[in-house]
Design a protein around this ligand. Structure first.
Ligand code: SF4
Length: 548
């Protein structure tokens, strides 16, 4: 129960209630904040929100009135680049000034977190007062304590105090410098009292997160989600889920996972095991054996994508027995050469074995994930993917196959951060669909246009902020983004754009160019788990595999 003088906070999600409440990350942040008596926190989604704080003006079931003027904190959890512009809509709806430089003493502190902002917050930095880099378990308590301790101080002093908390990044206290040609030279702290770099924070406890809300209104109705592992030890060279969250951590079986599963199964019969690589939990077989007990009859179990090489006959059998119909594996490519380039460590026989185990265990379908446009990919690699799928279909009759295929997008803090999006990926996605659909394989290509927008947001610096503001209302189409980009380059600045922000660099340069390793990156002042030199080493090692 919040105390009478509790700080008033809103935690927003840039999508509907059904999507937001299915996000384990969002649920955990909310639960962490909601258990504090010094914080009165409400949830806000694009279609609804919790009722207003006691004694406040306005209703909120459809967001028609804002809480903004009465708030101390407004937070946003962001897990998908394309949701970034929704932040501005939510701020406007709450009557909070969009740009951080417009906010005064009575405005809330606007903070953000989640994987997108931890990887590269710079494009949205001019709209945010604070960015939390890393795991909420560590960051949130320290952040809220610091906010509470400085609540009566002037805004600028509060921001300076927050900048001292490990993992808390205050963008307005850092200034980017560019050369005459627009290349980023460096990002400096405003003065010697502000840390020169901010390091991402890593939770190392033996418990990981699980659902705190189980509702039929979620996108996955009434499911209890349990995080089994965090990060992935495989280090596929493009993979943000691995590189950004290192080191690989697993929840303790007896003190973490089993109590979390038992608790959830007291409320629902649907269980989802989550993590970048759940089957790599060192005791995954024990967990599976435990879930095989007769007392779990009727429980519906699903697991997120698993490494093909870890699929066992037991996994296929127990998933089928517990109501799953399908299994998902990521192969990236049918070409062994390209899998070596991306460090996939997966031979073709392991893919066939996974398909056999899935079918023999009683599952009816296998979903495979692949990518087009990976560095060094050539047309023969794309054909190899099609051939692999056709051979799998022949080898495992009765198993329905589907291929989800996306365009490679470079992500900050991964070895492929220097690689651009390859325009030929668009045609290659279509080519795969053309080859496989007539043969009865369901191909689901992800929109190439969305991948381009993702890359724009994942590789840009603060100079993209006016484009994000200008793209509002048209940010779900590539044409809308291109128009907004052109408008900003032509001098049409959205209202209140900070005059100190130079024009963005050419679109082609941000999205499609391969950058040199010596280039200053927009996120170089933010420390991820591995140093830049290590990432560069992994990239070079990858590219030496490019020629057989
Ligand atoms: S196995 Fe999957 S989760 Fe692990 S690094 Fe590779 S792509 Fe990422």
């Amino acid at each position: 129960m919040p105390a009478a003088n509790a700080l008033r906070a809103v935690l927003a999600f840039p999508s509907t209630y059904a999507v937001g409440i299915t996000s384990l990350g969002y649920q955990v942040v909310w639960a962490t904040l909601a258990q504090r008596s010094d914080l009165d926190v409400r949830r806000l989604f694009t279609d609804q929100g919790d009722p207003p704080h006691a004694g406040q003006r306005g209703g909120q079931r459809s967001g028609q009135r804002g809480w903004g003027p009465d708030l101390d904190l407004f937070g946003l959890s962001l897990s998908w680049e394309l949701d970034g512009p929704v932040l501005l809509d939510l701020l406007e709806q709450q009557r909070i000034p969009l740009w951080s430089h417009q906010r005064g003493e009575d405005d809330p502190l606007v903070f953000g977190g989640g994987p997108v902002l931890t990887a590269n917050p710079e494009p949205l930095a001019p709209f945010l007062d604070v960015v939390l880099l890393g795991d909420g378990e560590l960051l949130l308590p320290a952040f809220v304590d610091a906010v509470a301790a400085s609540r009566d101080a002037p805004r600028q002093q509060r921001l300076r105090a927050l900048a001292q908390v490990p993992g808390v990044y205050v963008p307005s206290l850092y200034t980017p410098h560019y050369d005459a040609a627009g290349a980023l030279l460096r990002v400096d702290p405003s003065d010697a009292g502000i840390p020169a770099t901010v390091a991402k924070q890593t939770w190392r406890g033996n418990t990981l997160s699980h659902s705190t809300v189980i509702t039929p209104e979620a996108a996955w109705p009434s499911i209890h989600l349990v995080e089994v592992v965090r990060s992935c030890p495989e280090l596929c060279r493009f993979c943000l889920a691995s590189y950004l969250t290192l080191p690989f951590r697993s929840a303790s079986l007896d003190d973490g996972l089993i109590p979390a599963v038992e608790k959830g199964l007291g409320a629902t019969q649907r269980l989802g095991l989550l993590g970048a690589s759940v089957t790599q939990h060192p005791q995954f077989d024990d967990l599976l054996g435990w879930l095989d007990q007769d007392r779990f009859e009727g429980v519906r179990l699903s697991v997120s994508s698993v490494r093909a090489a870890t699929v066992t006959p037991e996994l296929g059998r127990i998933l089928a027995k517990r109501g799953s119909k399908s299994l998902t594996i990521a192969i990236e490519s049918g070409s062994e050469r390209l899998r070596r380039v991306v460090n996939k460590k997966l031979d073709t026989e392991a893919i066939f074995a996974a398909a056999r185990h899935a079918r023999d265990g009683g599952l009816s379908s296998l979903k495979l994930y692949g990518m087009a446009g990976l560095p060094s990919e050539d047309p023969a690699d794309v054909d190899a993917t099609a051939q692999l799928l056709l051979a799998l279909k022949k080898a495992t009759p009765g198993l329905r196959l589907s291929l989800g295929v996306s365009t490679f997008v470079p992500k900050a803090h991964t070895p492929f951060q220097w690689e651009g999006v390859r325009p030929e990926a668009d045609k290659r996605l279509k080519h795969l669909a053309k080859l496989l659909k007539p043969k009865g394989i369901d191909v689901r290509p992800e929109s190439y246009a969305w991948s381009v927008i993702q890359a724009l947001i994942s590789r840009s610096d603060r100079r993209l902020a006016p484009v994000i503001a200008a793209a509002r209302g048209r940010h779900d189409s590539l044409g809308g983004w291109k128009q907004a980009y052109r408008a900003v380059l032509a001098g049409e600045r959205p209202e209140a754009t900070p005059p100190s922000l130079p024009d963005p660099p050419a679109w082609e340069e941000v999205v499609h160019s391969t950058w040199s390793e010596g280039r200053r990156l927009p996120w170089d002042h933010l420390e991820g788990p591995l140093p830049k030199a290590t990432l560069a080493g992994h990239r070079r090692e990858a590219l030496t595999q490019a020629t057989p």
